[in-house]
Design a protein around this ligand. Sequence first.
Ligand code: ATP
Length: 247
Amino acid sequence: EPQKIVLNVNGIEVIYNHVILVLKGVSLQVPEGKIVAILGGNGAGKTTTLRAISNLLQGERGAVTKGSIELRGERIENLSPADLVQRGVVQVMEGRHCFAHLTIEENLMTGAYTRTSKAEIAANLEKVYNYFPRLKTRRASQAAYTSGGEQQMCAIGRAIMTNPSMVLLDEPSMGLAPQIVEEVFNIVKDLNTKEKVTFLLAEQNTNMALKYSDYGYIMESGRVVMDGIASDLANNEDVKEFYLGVG
Ligand code: ATP
């Protein structure tokens, strides 16, 4: 069956502080219902790519200076992050796990700020607890006193509270023990399979990302240098030599 492309990034250039060219013509496609990974080392441009898509560059003094970004055929370069949430696209930022002084449940509820129906919000919260049983156990704990894994789950759970069709996930494995990374990725896969949420994730942990993704793009110095079906990339000799075992 033909794949429906939800997100089409077409030759984007990003410049920081008016001078530093960081993305040098990046193109990628995200098909509906898939998990797509952007891979590559430190500074390759993964985070910048996600920020460009969700229009979070401004605060970093960055701008898209060339190319286009389309969501289901609509140009989105000028839409605010809030506009994107309304269109079903939400970003989970790297390391910005949770509001430290709020409880896990309060954090999750901040994800429902655009919603009005109390019944829907309650149902959504139960759904999140269903996928993240750890969060249910910790619902009344202040986020600051939960583990790194629980905080990452909380950040993803908060995104799920916006009822998204697509989640941009920046470095979900960062700072987590391998077993917890696996737990987080399993939940991502579960949300993808059962809730049909499309994921675009940025990861330095190539092994783990390729294991759970359908397709991968490898970036180096602001360019996509290779892309392919995840299992093909995982078996590719160059990928094995240069990227596997990293992270
Ligand atoms: P990491 O995994 O370390 O986040 P990355 O692949 O996500 O790496 P980016 O964070 O997108 O890479 O960074 C790409 C390049 O842009 C790097 O050279 C970085 O130093 C530069 N950069 C990132 N943010 C800014 C900024 N706000 N101002 C100037 N340069 C920046």
